[in-house]
Design a binder for this molecule. Sequence first.
Ligand SMILES: Cc1cc2nc3c(=O)[nH]c(=O)nc-3n(C[C@H](O)[C@H](O)[C@H](O)COP(=O)(O)O)c2cc1C
Length: 160
Amino acid sequence: MNNMEWIKKLSDESKRNILSFIETNPDAPLKKYEAVLRDKDFNVFYNAPCLVYVGGSEKVRSLQVDCALAASYFMFSAAARGLGTCWVGLGTSIQDLEIRGQIGMPGDYRIVAPVVVMNDLVCDLIQRQRVDKRKGIDRKKCAHREAVAMIKELSLSSIS
Ligand SMILES: Cc1cc2nc3c(=O)[nH]c(=O)nc-3n(C[C@H](O)[C@H](O)[C@H](O)COP(=O)(O)O)c2cc1C
């Protein structure tokens, strides 16, 4: 998928479903993402210009392993072409059947690996932010907004 409006729509749908899951399961590990998911400007796909969903029928017993392998090879292949990727688990929760129909993902298919493809500089930036957060470095207030703006700008010019 390379339509950013659609990718945003999928981000919103996934956020909505995860938030409603958290409401009924407040002890779920996903709870730690609640604040960021409530931020309407946060796009789980980082405003990436390209998104690939890897999934398949729930009937396949090895579905998770198959999809993880396919996603891994896809990510290596993108890296070999100088592109950045990120597996975005927060983008998995697509429940609306109309939306699923439009992206060719039937209701009985499971989305295992949403993978965004983007400019590798953007990917580095996202990664750095994540490491800062883990180390407790509070560059957030200045860096977060700045990074989001930069990500948007770079994403738009990233791949053609
Ligand atoms: C199953 C799975 C789900 C992930 N979901 C997300 C996600 O929703 N958002 C995100 O930014 N990164 C996500 N990632 C990317 C990981 O955070 C990434 O693998 C991580 O950056 C690896 O580097 P690190 O462990 O050295 O920080 C996911 C990775 C995996 C394997």
